[in-house]
Write a protein that binds this ligand. Sequence first.
Ligand SMILES: [Zn+2]
Length: 410
Amino acid sequence: MQKAYRFRLYPTEEQMQQMTRIIGCCRFVWNRLLDYSSKSYKRRGESHGSFDFNNFIAHTLKPAFPWLSDAPAQTLQCVSADLSAAFRAFFRGDAEYPKFKKKNRSKKSFRIPQRGKVDTENSRIYVQGVGWVNAVIHRTPIGKLKNITVTVNPSGTVYASCLFEDGKDLPVPALPDKPKVLGVDLNLDRLAVCSDGTDYENPRALKQHERRLKHLQRMLSKKKKGSENWKKQKAEIAGLQEKIASIRKDRINWMTKCIVCKSQADAIAIENLNVSGMMRNDKLSKHIQDASFHEIRRQIEYKCLWYGKTLVIADRFYASSRICSACGWHNDRLTLRDREWECPVCHTKHDRDRNAALNLESFGLKALARDAGEVKPPEKPSVDEHGVCTHLRSKVSVNEERTPGCPGSL
Ligand SMILES: [Zn+2]
């Protein structure tokens, strides 16, 4: 099983310059390879793989641009591997055509596949081509180091994401005859409401800092674009945005771990939310982004995999909020505003979200008992006809650090 750990780096001025040079080399190589590949495809209909790209780097680019040797050769080979992966994704129809990287727009990062070291005792990390860099090693990684990805954020903070292989297999999900299922309803008021009575509050990270962010953005608009003060202001905004992202991510990491691990459930049942559809609603989109439903779903998925839990995903047309969890009566008149309602048949008073979580729990129980009833099959092929997620077992490497600017916490 592979796990990524992310550590904050504190490079010296010289090391920072060297990192910037390596990032520059990578961007240059990416753009040249993309240009070379696009032209030869148009002219001769040839497509290239990473082998051709590596030859092009060694025999054409390096002799013409000797400064490319500032970057370790393996790091440049990673660029060609990434580009050929991007082309494969494009030809499969999973991604757009690869784009050129612009100096100030693209993500600033590079990968080192070998010779990295994490020195826990002296709190430092060896980055090939840069040397030993001071770091905060906040947790001890387990296993063998596979590669290191160094990322320089827009605010100037530097992180190293270290991928470790611990040599263990993923646990096989064990389901007892009467599994304990935890229904989890995701919503905006409270981030998650569980069927066992637990609530997780939304930190509303953006709302908390929205005034300050707006103030900083107003200040930026008054400054001359490209000036030193403008750059400083821009870095300050980026810093605040990173802070917002870390508050959000820290809460989500903690919450998803509680849901998957501490609840001691055998299976987790969640709803297949139509996030992109909801994002089109102008009033909701900002809050949905702030609650990061996508991220919650992703983390629940991989944590289920790590801890051997089964994940059940209810179809997005499954009316979890409208069904009375006590008697099964269908409330067609329920609107988004009704936070509480009473069932006219059995007179149970419902908290909207708790009721949804309870319904998801019974959906999960039914799905696991292979008796999905009249529920429509989910539209994603990765979910079997009973709503049980099947693709998860084939996913092995999970990188938990994708959002920039947050200390790696679980
Ligand atoms: Zn009822």
